[in-house]
Each structure stands twice: as structure tokens, then as C-alpha cells.
Design a protein. Structure first.
Length: 330
């Protein structure tokens, strides 16, 4: 068993894969992925244990905190052992710097529910409480982040310090990480998070301000070297504004166009009339698969793609689902 607080009382480090949640669920077995890439995982482990960087070597606690599953995520994200080792070292130092291992189990407190400090300040000023909502619609699937760009305060970058921005990003990343790790280990299915980004109401004259975009881009581009890879983000683009808005938002996520990889996420799905899309982002220097236009409210087959991540009864009605309750009220 691992020594992380969110796995307290769970005796098996990684369970055998349970049956897939639905016909739409296509997550691979975590154990099978580990077996498939065991040689690479062992090389990354050796690289950390034998690191000339004494600090990283001392922080690497195998297998208590950092086991084969933890190492696997870095390999699947970077596809080569050397960059995976470098990213894992940075992640170890990052967690030490911000004392993330001392936070404890924060899964029951999503970012928008934090009551004080920099995280609360960020959600109040920039998100106006509900521009970003983090939740777990299905307990055996991954966490979901709902974002509504039109509700972001364009003056936030002038009101909030870099430190406040940093802490909001760090807390959110840790909350997502804990849920993805817990669900993967207890279901045995390799689980990532997803983002539903609604760009309804965004126009060329009402695009997210550049100062905020630059801050977001800076955090995202650096995330690949400090945050355990976990995310298949979603994006959406209004029809007719695809080239400009899509490029702007992709840049802010630190993603470059290109071909995707087998286990690194889903396709980019760009929606029009409820504006829903799917964007795989492997953080800094990660790449996208192809772009498919979808209208999940009106196209049943396209809506099915979204059910890989959220059950129909939990998917919001504006995204083609049957749940009329806004995510903020879940």
C-alpha cells in the first residue's frame, strides 16, 4: 500500500481492473500499462535513485509515495525516459517546496469550496465564484472541471498577485491529482481528469484578456515538469470564430498541434451549439490529435464521445445530458 493520506485504509497499491463503468468507458488497465512499460519505468526509477541531484534522490520515496504507477504517468506523458526523469525530479522538488505532502487528503474540498486564503481570493475575484467548478460527477470516473470563459473577470490579473495565481493553480492541480490517483488505484483503471470549457458568450472583442492568458500560459507550460500528468482537458469554440479563439486558447494551455499518442487522451472535439469540445493537453510541449466539429445536443453519436467521461444522467443539459442542475450546485 502507498503512504499517501488519500489511500489510508486501502491495502492494495493498485487493484485489478474492475469492469468498465459503461459501454463508453475505454480506460485501460493500470496494471497492464505498468507491465507494458515496465522496462521504461525501471529506467526512470534507476535514474531517480542514482541521480547526481542529491535533493531529488533524497525526496524519491520508492515504493511508499512514488511507485510504478506514479512513474508511469511521467513516461506516458513524455514518451522518453530522460525527459520523464527530469520531469519527475522537478515534481519532487515542487511538492517539497510547496509542502504538498503536508496538505493531507483534500478531496472533499474542491477549489471553489475553499473558504480562505489565496485560493478563495482567486475564485472570488477571477472566477466570480462559478467560472470554474471542479467536481466528481461519477465516483468511478475521473474529476471534471467546468470552465465558462465569459464569466472570468478581465481585470483579475490587475487585482491578483502572481502568488495568489500560483496557489490557486497548485491547489487545483493537487485536488485533481489526489482524485485521479485514488480512482486509478481503487478501480484498477488508468484515470485522468477532463475539462469542459464553455466559450459561449466569447467574441473577438470579449476574449479573455491577454494579461490573464499570459499568466495561464506560463503556469500551464511549466506544469509538465512539476505536476504529475493527469489531464485530458476539454475546450469549446464558437462556430465562425474557430481560428482566432482556438489558437488563443490552445496557446494559453501550452499545447502545440500534432499527432496524439495511444494512452494520452481523447480527440479534440470542437462544439458549436452547445459549444463543447475535447482537447488533449499534456501540459508543456504536449500535442493534440485531430479536430472534429461536434454538436452533442443535436448529434447522438457525437454526444456518445462525452460519455467516456461523464454518465448521461450527470452530463449537463446544455451539453446534451439530462442533468438540469448547474455544476456549482452539485
Amino acid at each position: 500500500m502507498t503512504s499517501t493520506p488519500w489511500m489510508k485504509g486501502i491495502d492494495v497499491p493498485v487493484a485489478d481492473a474492475m469492469p468498465l463503468v459503461s459501454q463508453h468507458d475505454d480506460r485501460p488497465s493500470a496494471k497492464e500499462l505498468i507491465a507494458e512499460h515496465q522496462e521504461k519505468i525501471d529506467k526512470i526509477k534507476a535514474g531517480l535513485m542514482e541521480a547526481k541531484d542529491d535533493e531529488a534522490a533524497a525526496l524519491f520515496d520508492y515504493p511508499n509515495k512514488h511507485d510504478d504507477l506514479w512513474l508511469l504517468r511521467f513516461y506516458l506523458s513524455h514518451k522518453k525516459t530522460k525527459p520523464a526523469i527530469a520531469a519527475a525530479k522537478s515534481a519532487l522538488k515542487f511538492r517539497q517546496k510547496y509542502k504538498l505532502d503536508e496538505l493531507g487528503d483534500i478531496r472533499d474540498i474542491p477549489p471553489q469550496a475553499v473558504k480562505e486564503g489565496h485560493v478563495r481570493e482567486y475564485w472570488k475575484e477571477r472566477c466570480q465564484d462559478d467560472a470554474i467548478v471542479c467536481c466528481l460527477p461519477d465516483k468511478q470516473l475521473g474529476p471534471v472541471m467546468f470552465l465558462a470563459f465569459a464569466r472570468f473577470d478581465p481585470k483579475a490579473a490587475d487585482l491578483l498577485s502572481e502568488e495568489c495565481w500560483d496557489f490557486a493553480f497548485i491547489y487545483t492541480s493537487e485536488w485533481v491529482y489526489q482524485w485521479c490517483d485514488y480512482i486509478t488505484r481503487t478501480t484498477g483503471l488508468f484515470t485522468r481528469s477532463v475539462r469542459f470549457i464553455d466559450m459561449k458568450g466569447i467574441t473577438l472583442s470579449k476574449l479573455m484578456d491577454r494579461k490573464s492568458s499570459k499568466r495561464d500560459g506560463k503556469k500551464s507550460r511549466g506544469a509538465g515538469d512539476v505536476v504529475t500528468p493527469l489531464v485530458n482537458p476539454f475546450t469549446s469554440v464558437n462556430k465562425g470564430k474557430v481560428p482566432t479563439l482556438f489558437t488563443e486558447q490552445v496557446r494559453s494551455l501550452g499545447v502545440k498541434p500534432g499527432k496524439g499518442q495511444k494512452h494520452d487522451g481523447a480527440k479534440l472535439l470542437v462544439g458549436d451549439a452547445p459549444n463543447l469540445g475535447l482537447l488533449p493537453s499534456y501540459y508543456a510541449k504536449r500535442i493534440m490529435e485531430k479536430v472534429d466539429m461536434i454538436t452533442p445536443q443535436n448529434n447522438e453519436s457525437e454526444k456518445m464521445r462525452l460519455l467516456r467521461f461523464v454518465a448521461l444522467e450527470n452530463l449537463p443539459t446544455e451539453m446534451g445530458g439530462t442533468n438540469s442542475v448547474p455544476p456549482m450546485e452539485w
